[in-house]
Design a protein around this ligand. Structure first.
Ligand code: CTP
Ligand code: MG
Length: 175
C-alpha cells in the first residue's frame, strides 16, 4: 500500500498553486473540486508514490527483508511492476479528487471533515485503478484478509500522519 499511501502526504507537503478545476464552479455555485486539489500536489504525489514502489521493487530484487517480511515485487517483470505501482499512486489521488467532487456537491467547504470517507477514499481509488490495470495481480495479492486489515488500519495511520502534519504546519486540519 506504500505507493498509495505516500501520494497523499507528498501532495500535502508539495501541493499548492494552480487548482485542477482552474477555480471553476458548477451550476450549484460551488467549486468543482476546490483549492485543495492542485496540479503540483497531483504531480509530486504520484512521483513520490512511484519512487517508493520502485525502491521497494529494487529492494525485493536484492532479497531485502524487515523482520522476515519481504518487500513486494508488484509483478513478474519491470513493466508489470511499474503498471501496478503507477495505478496505486494515481488511483490514490484520483480517489481523493473524486471524494472532493462529492464533498463540494454536498455543500462541504474545502477541508471539511467527512469521517471514514476522508480516510479511505485513496484506498478505494488505488484498488479500483489497480484492479482495472492488473486484475490478476490484484486478486492474487489483495486477499480478503489483507483487504480487511488495510480497511481497519488505514484510518488509524491516516489520522496519525495527519495529526503529525498538522503540528508540523503542513496540514490546515488534523484530519
Ligand atoms: N493537495 C494538493 N493536490 C491534491 C491533493 C492534495 O495540492 N491533488 C494538498 C492540498 O494542499 C490539500 C492538502 O494536500 O489541502 C491535503 O489534502 P486533502 O485533505 O485531501 O484536501 P483538503 O484540503 O482537505 O480538501 P477536500 O475538502 O477537498 O478534501
Ligand atoms: Mg482533508
Amino acid at each position: 500500500m506504500l505507493p498509495a499511501y505516500l501520494p497523499n502526504s507528498f501532495a500535502a507537503v508539495f501541493g499548492g498553486g494552480r487548482p485542477i478545476d482552474g477555480g471553476r464552479t458548477l451550476k450549484d455555485g460551488r467549486r468543482i473540486l476546490g483549492d485543495g486539489k492542485t496540479y503540483r500536489g497531483l504531480f509530486y504525489g504520484i512521483f513520490f508514490g512511484v519512487l517508493a514502489g520502485s525502491l521497494q521493487t529494487w529492494l525485493n530484487l536484492r532479497g531485502f527483508e524487515v523482520l522476515g517480511i519481504e518487500m513486494p515485487a508488484f509483478g513478474p517483470d519491470y513493466l508489470s511492476a511499474f503498471k501496478v505501482i503507477f495505478a496505486l499512486a494515481c488511483g490514490s489521488l484520483f480517489g481523493d479528487m473524486f471524494k472532493s467532487f462529492f464533498k463540494r456537491r454536498m455543500g462541504m467547504n474545502r477541508g471539511a471533515s467527512l469521517p471514514l470517507v476522508d480516510q479511505l477514499d485513496f484506498v478505494l481509488g488505488a484498488w479500483v485503478f489497480t484492479y482495472l490495470m492488473s486484475p490478476a495481480w490484484f486478486v492474487n495479492n489483495f486477499t480478503t484478509w489483507i483487504i480487511v486489515t488495510v480497511l481497519l488500519i488505514t484510518p488509524l495511520i491516516h489520522l496519525a500522519t495527519n495529526i503529525i502534519g498538522y503540528f508540523a504546519g503542513i496540514k490546515k486540519e488534523p484530519w
